[in-house]
Ligand binder design. Structure first.
Ligand code: HPA
Length: 269
């Protein structure tokens, strides 16, 4: 794997992606942040060696490097999901690349269903911990040059960054929650019984991404900060018909508040 990582990293450096301070992975309906980046270099995933090839129509993402909040960042507009048929190692491969490009911190966002009865559609949840119900991306042989065999997950989400986000949300009068994100494979949304079960086992929000990327980031000791945008509710009495489109629409409505938090977080790095 290290050879592949080096090949991809070298390619991106030769395209001008040099010493980024931070990386950011943008979830469904949350790609608008990239419009605020300046002096950008954009590269289609399909032109990046060893990147997974997108098989889903309309999902061919872009890596965007540029200035944001006074820093150099690399944004992933579009991510890879397990439900698309990629292995967990492939889903998280771009995170390895971001680390080897030199990022000091990984920011992530996703759209998720709220299972905490206090949550409303349009809320933002800072992820404090997760429950990974996807296959672990570190299964298989470990390369000790990249990370340890048994990484600790006691603080997968950086406490200092969480604290900072709560202060920023307060200053900007943004309603915010802290909570546990549970990742399931999808592509089905949950049955009412599954939502209930996920709540019972400790989840506040449910989605189909993020945990493989965070596991791989922590394998390489990269600090992570992640937020969920609540696009629908898996709460008894409040469950409505969910589609990919309704998730996108609700995520887009919250996008500017999420971007405010991310901008201020990156500025203060
Ligand atoms: N469940 C799983 N994934 C999701 C949901 C949900 O309710 N909403 C957005 N992504």
């Amino acid at each position: 794997m290290l050879e592949k990582i080096n090949e991809t990293t070298e390619f991106l450096r030769s395209e001008g992606i040099i010493d980024p301070d931070a990386g950011i992975i943008l979830g469904t309906g949350l790609g608008g942040l990239t419009a605020r980046m300046k002096n950008c270099i954009e590269i289609d995933y399909r032109n990046i060696p060893n990147f997974p090839v997108s098989t889903v129509e309309g999902h061919d993402g872009k890596l965007i490097y540029g200035d944001f909040g006074g820093r150099k960042i690399v944004a992933m507009k579009g991510r890879f999901h397990y439900y698309e048929g990629y292995g967990p190692e492939q889903v998280s491969f771009p995170v390895r690349i971001l680390k080897y490009l030199g990022i000091k911190c990984l920011f992530l966002s996703n759209a998720a269903g709220g299972v905490n009865p206090e949550f409303q559609i349009g809320d933002i949840m800072v992820i404090t911990d997760h429950i990974n119900l996807l296959p672990n991306p570190l299964l298989g042989q470990n390369d000790d040059r990249i990370g340890v065999r048994f990484p600790d997950m006691g603080e997968a989400y950086d406490k200092y960054l969480i604290k900072k986000a709560l202060i920023i949300a307060g200053e900007n009068k943004i309603r915010i929650h802290k909570g546990v994100y549970l990742a399931t494979s999808g592509p089905t949304f949950e049955t009412p019984a599954e939502y209930r079960y996920f709540r019972i086992i400790g989840a506040d929000a449910v989605g189909m991404s993020t945990t493989p990327e965070v596991i791989v980031a922590r394998h390489m000791n990269l600090p992570c900060f992640a937020v969920s945008v609540i696009t629908d509710l898996g709460i008894e009495g409040k469950i409505e018909y969910v589609t990919h489109e309704s998730v996108q629409i609700e995520a887009e409505k919250t996008e500017s508040r999420m971007t405010t938090i991310m901008t201020e977080m990156i500025k203060s790095l």
